[in-house]
Design a protein around this ligand. Structure first.
Ligand code: ZN
Length: 217
């Protein structure tokens, strides 16, 4: 099974990708992870990407696409993959298409996790990271808002810069203007699953599994 998972920041993409990867026994390919891996393993592409990042620039789409190509053609992906974080622009989608074609992937499934901007902002405004154990929690969902449910310590929660309301709003703007066109690119070309990302983690993943089932049949 070959899946692209897609959605705005804060919608739970990474969480769902991880769950699906386990349930379906397919590889979770996150762009952040493969980039870090390539740098760590000092591959040719990794070294190239490293020097670009060290110069304060973004890794260009063509290098990122080659890293994706390495990942999707590796043995770990022989059972399938779920792509998380790519493509996030129309240009990236256009670069990815011939790569997947070349390796004979013609059963791509596109999963969009949907949510309204204001609900995402509301959800992220409650997100905190435990400075002791790095556990991520939404304090709005906790009985004791000062105690980390993972390590049990009190007053360890900090708010990440990324979750600041103004930062979130800007990221959503970028998503809406730059990333959302990717959805239009795939509409009508591949199987499309749309789920409501504001439901509970279990509800979302169960719904995705059901829809995947009905595509398979
Ligand atoms: Zn903790």
């Amino acid at each position: 099974m070959h899946i692209i998972i897609f959605g705005a920041p804060g919608v739970g993409k990474g969480t769902q990708a991880k769950i699906l990867s386990e349930k379906l026994n397919i590889r979770h390919i996150s762009t952040g992870d493969i980039l870090r891996e390539a740098v760590k393993n000092q591959t040719e592409l990794g070294m190239k990407a490293k020097s670009i990042v060290e110069n304060g620039k973004l890794v260009p789409d063509d290098i990122m696409a080659l890293l994706i190509k390495e990942a999707v053609t590796s043995k770990d992906s022989s059972n399938g993959f779920i792509l998380d974080g790519f493509p996030r622009t129309l240009n990236q989608a256009q670069i990815l298409e011939p790569i997947l074609e070349e390796i004979g992937i013609n059963d791509l499934i596109f999963i969009q996790i949907k949510a309204d901007d204001d609900k995402i902002i509301e959800r992220l405004s409650g997100r905190r990271v435990c400075s002791n154990c790095n556990f991520i929690a939404n304090i709005k969902l906790l009985k004791d808002q000062n105690r980390c449910p993972n390590c049990g310590l009190e007053n360890t929660f900090v708010k990440r810069k990324d979750d600041d309301e103004e930062v979130v709003k800007r990221r959503l703007e970028v998503y809406n203007s730059t990333t959302l066109p990717v959805l239009e690119f795939y509409k009508g070309k591949v199987s499309l699953i749309v789920v409501d990302g504001m439901k509970s983690i279990d509800t979302v993943s169960n719904q995705i599994m059901q829809e995947l089932d009905s595509i398979g049949n």
